[in-house]
Write a protein that binds this ligand. Structure first.
Ligand SMILES: Cc1cc2nc3c(=O)[nH]c(=O)nc-3n(C[C@H](O)[C@H](O)[C@H](O)COP(=O)(O)OP(=O)(O)OC[C@H]3O[C@@H](n4cnc5c(N)ncnc54)[C@H](O)[C@@H]3O)c2cc1C
Length: 471
């Protein structure tokens, strides 16, 4: 039996944040158990083409009150880029490029809906964000000044925007995104798409761990155990030691356990992971809160075949072209919403796919995904498309250590009043001592779905334990 004071389960940003903060508070007897054979969780930076690519988290969203920005900017690690939805070309499936003037008008209609009217109307709106956008968008199109907009293109732009919004919010579809829950997310002011200066998102873990050339795990060296998939956490209200059992049979004991696994993993495993079973409010939150799937497709070419001022393109499917692929093995391509350039990677295009079709893509072979990606490039672009020299896709749902990409506030969760705070509340002893604590992006009240939210929750739980021992 390995006995320790605190076990952190998971080494994603929240686990690393909890572990490093516990050490700062003076806890020494801390270990982190990680199911994968690497640290980082949904931060996964790999070498690819001329630099690195991020298979998971990519951008730092905002500056003010953003803990990632605060740490990264001190080390001069982040930079502004042109990664902005409206700077990409929107191209129809007959290769027609939507004129920039029309795109600007669309942008002002949509901005008015999601940024201006939403802040007042959504508070009392009964329904999903998708319903709200539909209602307001078609109302706006009826205005005399918009009567010249081609209704087919208007619909294609809306459908594209909804897919883009799926990927921003990590939801299944915007029709499953709670209108009230949408307002719970609080955006950190500033650039929403700061990128890493050549080093990828993994840099933030290195900053937290104080890694250096000779010691990649920094202060967490010798405290992290990789390949340790936890399958049973047994705790008791009498406050006795908590037993943590791994798939390989090894058992650890601790006074406190901080669980940082994703909402997807909790959905999948909570009924067998916790003994005794979790309280009903927590189960309700786990079962009703949402986690969607967002996947990426990286295509590396031997040279850049697009002009320098071209940032990538967003796909607008015409109804007649969709009818051609629906019902065929290409149907999943409907949810590949665009291919874009990647910062510091002159020869790469990165495709994005969302929702049920992102999960469907995970069931396909590499050849099928490659063929589908080439079909999109050839279908939408006028340019000659050379053969890629390398190719990489993600599979965030099929991996049992993630089961999805990031969490969102679903319509169902709103109906039963389930909130991130239900997920965050610790399991306590009869004397109110926190025994099993919960961190992770989905437990963040206002920064869920993000790395900065995940880090804040790791710090929150480390502080909970520090406060306990202080008192
Ligand atoms: C494709 C994609 C793009 C994204 N883009 C951005 C972005 O641009 N900006 C942004 O801020 N956020 C982004 N995110 C979200 C961000 O990555 C997550 O919010 C954040 O990483 C969550 O951190 P976490 O510590 O809560 O969970 P995780 O990172 O999931 O860490 C949990 C850890 O627990 C481990 N684990 C699971 N089960 C077990 C078990 N049984 N035993 C032991 N260990 C276990 C997992 O392997 C994992 O390492 C993106 C995510 C994805 C997938």
């Amino acid at each position: 039996m390995n006995t320790t004071k605190v076990i952190v389960i998971g080494t994603g940003p929240s686990g690393i944040a909890a572990g490093t903060k516990l050490l700062e508070y003076g806890f020494q007897d801390v270990i982190l158990l990680e199911a994968e054979d690497r640290i980082g969780g949904r931060i996964h930076t790999i070498p690819f083409a001329d630099n690195v690519v991020d298979l998971g988290a990519q951008w730092c969203h905002g500056e003010k009150d953003n803990v990632v920005y605060e740490m990264a900017s001190k080390h001069n690690l982040v930079a502004h880029t042109e990664d902005n939805f409206y700077l990409f070309q929107c191209i129809r499936s007959n290769k027609e490029i939507v004129p920039i003037k029309l795109l600007e008008r669309f942008k002002s209609i949509i901005d008015n809906i999601v940024e201006v009217t939403a802040n007042t109307d959504l508070l009392t709106y009964k329904g999903s964000v998708g319903d709200y956008i539909d209602e307001k968008y078609f109302e706006a199109l009826k205005a005399p000044e918009n009567s010249d907009i081609d209704p087919a293109i208007a619909k294609e732009l809306l459908e594209h925007f909804k897919r883009y919004e799926n990927s921003v919010d990590g939801c299944e579809t915007v029709n499953d995104l709670s209108a009230k829950g949408f307002l719970e997310y609080s955006e950190c002011e500033g650039d929403q798409a700061l990128t890493w200066k050549e080093t990828g998102y993994h840099s933030i873990l290195r900053v937290m761990m104080q890694s250096n050339e000779s010691n990649a795990l920094g202060v967490l060296d010798k405290r992290i155990k990789l390949g340790k998939s936890v399958n049973k956490i047994s705790w008791n209200e009498d406050g006795s030691k908590i037993q943590v059992q791994c798939k390989d049979g090894e058992i650890f004991e601790a006074d406190h356990v901080i669980v940082t696994v994703s909402l997807g993993v909790l959905k999948d495993k909570h009924s067998t992971l916790f003994h005794p079973k979790l309280p009903v409010e927590k189960i309700r939150a786990i079962e009703t809160m949402g986690i969607g799937t967002v996947n990426k497709i990286f295509l590396e070419f031997s040279t850049q075949f697009w002009p320098n001022n071209w940032n990538g393109f967003s796909t607008l499917w015409r109804e007649e072209d969709l009818a051609e692929i629906r019902g065929t093995n290409r149907a999943w391509l409907e949810d590949v919403y665009g291919f874009y350039r990647v910062a510091h990677q002159p020869r790469i295009l990165s495709g994005w796919v969302v929702g049920a079709n992102a999960r469907h893509m995970e069931t396909l072979t590499d050849d099928e995904i490659y063929e589908g990606s080439m079909y999109i490039l050839k279908r939408f672009l006028e340019m000659d498309i050379p053969k890629p020299v390398n190719f990489k896709t993600t599979g965030w749902y099929k991996n049992e250590n993630f089961r999805g990409s990031y969490s969102y506030q679903s319509v169902r969760a709103e109906e039963v009043n389930a909130k991130p705070s239900d997920l965050a509340s610790p399991l306590e002893s009869s004397t109110k001592k926190p025994l099993v604590l919960f961190a992770g992006e989905a437990t963040s009240d206002h920064h869920f779905s993000t790395v900065h939210g995940a880090i804040e929750t790791g710090w929150r739980e480390a502080k909970r334990l520090a406060d306990l021992y202080k008192s």
